[in-house]
Design a protein around this ligand. Structure first.
Ligand SMILES: [Zn+2]
Length: 197
């Protein structure tokens, strides 16, 4: 990712803009209102200087996917692309997902060791089949970061997503089509994805 190099003056006058591809470009004040190319080949419209300054003040150097998504939302560059995440056909319809950014790993399934131990200890009468889920107090739960992100999905697939609203693997795969969302779910392995339908 580009980070401004050179004198403090250069740094103050350069701005980082997110691209749909998940990368970012560095622009200077004189680029305002122009197009600037990203490595991926896309041309990025550089907003007016006033907007650049606001973005810079909001933390234009983004260290996390969450920050980058927030910045992209503020810029109006999401939803990314032009095509449906399922059919890859052009669509203007989108579905919003709320992502609850839990940094912990998701609850584990049965551990082979526990299954084996319970078989041996109880002669198979009782199988400990699930490790107790991590406990979060309501306070902790409320304190987790949440973000709403839009994804392009043709209207005919909205029902499918509604039907699979609890299938976290499916929803994460779907989101991962957009590079910056892929980064988000990688950074938050325990993130809970909730379609807002
Ligand atoms: Zn790009």
């Amino acid at each position: 990712m580009g980070i401004a190099k050179g004198s403090p003056k250069d740094q103050r006058n350069s701005y980082i803009l997110p691209c749909e591809c998940g990368d970012a470009i560095t622009v200077v004040a004189s680029d305002a209102g122009e197009q600037s190319p990203c490595r991926c080949g896309r041309d990025i419209a550089v907003p007016p200087l006033s907007r650049l300054r606001t973005l810079n003040g909001e933390g234009a150097y983004e260290s996390s996917a969450l920050d980058r998504i927030r910045s992209m939302l503020a810029m109006g560059s999401l939803p990314a692309g032009h095509n449906c995440a399922i059919s890859n056909q052009p669509t203007e319809s989108c579905i919003e997902f709320e992502v609850i950014c839990d940094p912990l790993d998701p609850p584990a399934g049965p551990s082979p060791f526990l299954v084996m131990a319970s078989l041996l200890l109880t002669g198979g009468r009782m199988i400990i089949w699930r490790i107790p889920e991590r406990k979060r107090s309501q306070e902790e739960w409320d304190a987790l970061e949440r973000i709403r992100i839009p994804l392009l999905v043709s209207p005919k697939y909205h029902k499918r997503i509604k039907r699979r609203a609890k299938d976290q693997d499916y929803l994460r795969e779907l989101l991962a089509i957009v590079p910056v969302y892929a980064r988000l779910v990688r950074e938050y392995p325990g993130a809970r994805v909730v379609p807002v339908v």
